[in-house]
Write a protein that binds this ligand. Structure first.
Ligand code: NAP
Length: 333
């Protein structure tokens, strides 16, 4: 995987998608030119790349904003700064960093990212864990703190806590002093959810599991619900939420019929979350929260499975079709 210098360019390998479609459209190409950073960009030698569900939506062509073809997928990497643009002062060659978005794609040996969407990785975390920070932790911070306005002493339900965003929500909410209930669909997932700090874990595939959640809340319901599959759960969320409760929709994969009247008696708020809709001030707030979490030690990404670059199609298949999440999926480059 070492970089080869030819007479006039440096080459690398990366996944390329030449047409939208099934996971098999992702091919490794070994003769790509390593890009050069413009003024505000950073060139990163990638050690590991995070796989997010949105990578699969984009690859299939079924997403609101699509890249020009061909492209390399991937927004989250953990890696080492190789070169910086002329206007970049806050990073230097050799820094260990993570990204929350890349300009040239994370599934490859090198990537370019805008310096505003790069963070320095704390010494306590590995480069693999760096690949698990970007989209999951920033989305979780946006949902729980920026939009959800979590308050110490409140109870939060993380509805789908065993995946990458859910585990991040659990850690952030615990750090903010909330009582945390997380759901998972397997015993392994439930064990991980409690091992990273949730006060209670409930199986979202169990019969009458919402009853267990209400009991775990002491009868009054969660003040804040972070929802990973709204098309399945929104009606249950409206039933469970405490008076003046807030439901934050992070994930949804279809349509659902709900009873609007459920929002009225308890004056509930239902709000969508879109990480890439964040303002510059909100990005700063999220960066600061993530830095604080790394420094204090509560931000600890949990890696579920590791794949090679060549296994990217398998990783895309697994993140959508395999039930029983156990944390973040990464590609080891
Ligand atoms: P992931 O790692 O694949 O996790 C998926 C989670 O959903 C797992 O915890 C899974 O639990 C859970 N789940 C499955 N069936 C469920 C059910 N019936 N009820 C509740 N939870 C259920 O994915 P992720 O990276 O955490 O992302 C989660 C969702 O958020 C995805 O839909 C993704 O597209 C979306 N997302 C949105 C944004 C945004 O800006 N809005 C940003 C990032 C991600 P088990 O596998 O244990 O059943």
């Amino acid at each position: 995987m070492s970089v080869t210098r030819s007479a006039c360019r440096t080459i690398m390998k990366a996944i390329r998608v030449a047409q939208f479609g099934g996971a098999e459209v992702m091919k490794v190409e070994a003769n790509l030119t390593v890009p050069k950073p413009s003024e505000k960009q950073i060139l990163i030698k990638v050690s590991a790349a995070g796989v997010n569900p949105v990578d699969t939506y984009i690859r299939s062509g079924n997403y609101a904003k699509l890249p020009a073809l061909p492209y390399t997928p991937g927004s989250d990497v953990g890696g080492v700064v190789e070169d910086i643009g002329s206007e970049v002062s806050q990073f230097k060659k050799g820094d260990h960093v993570f990204t929350v978005r890349t300009d040239t794609g994370g599934y490859g040996e090198y990537t370019l990212a805008d310096s505003s969407l790069v963070g320095v990785l704390d010494d306590k975390l590995s480069l693999d864990q760096g690949a698990a920070i970007g989209v999951p932790y920033f989305t979780a911070y946006r949902a729980v703190v920026v939009l959800g306005k979590a308050q110490k002493g409140e109870t939060i339900l993380v509805h789908g806590a065993s995946g990458a965003v859910g585990l991040a929500c659990v850690q952030i909410a615990k750090a903010k002093g909330l009582r945390v209930i997380g759901t998972a669909g397997t015993q392994e997932g439930l064990d991980i959810v409690t091992s990273i700090g949730a006060d209670a874990a409930v199986n979202h595939r169990g019969d009458n599991y919402t009853q267990s959640i209400t009991e775990a809340c002491g009868g009054s319901g969660p003040n804040l619900i972070i929802e990973m599959l709204a098309n399945v759960n929104l009606e249950k969320d409206l039933q469970m939420a405490a008076p003046r409760g807030r439901v934050l929709i992070v994930g949804s994969r279809g349509t659902v019929e709900v009873t609007p009247r459920l929002t009225m008696g308890k004056e509930l708020t239902v709000q969508g979350v879109m990480l890439m809709g964040s303002t510059a001030e909100e990005w700063e707030q999220m960066h600061a929260g993530i830095r604080e979490g790394m420094s204090a030690g509560w931000l600890k990404p949990h890696i579920g499975h590791t794949y090679t670059l060549e296994q990217a199609p398998q990783a895309h298949n697994d993140i959508i079709n395999t039930k029983g999440a156990t944390g973040k999926l990464i590609l080891k480059i």
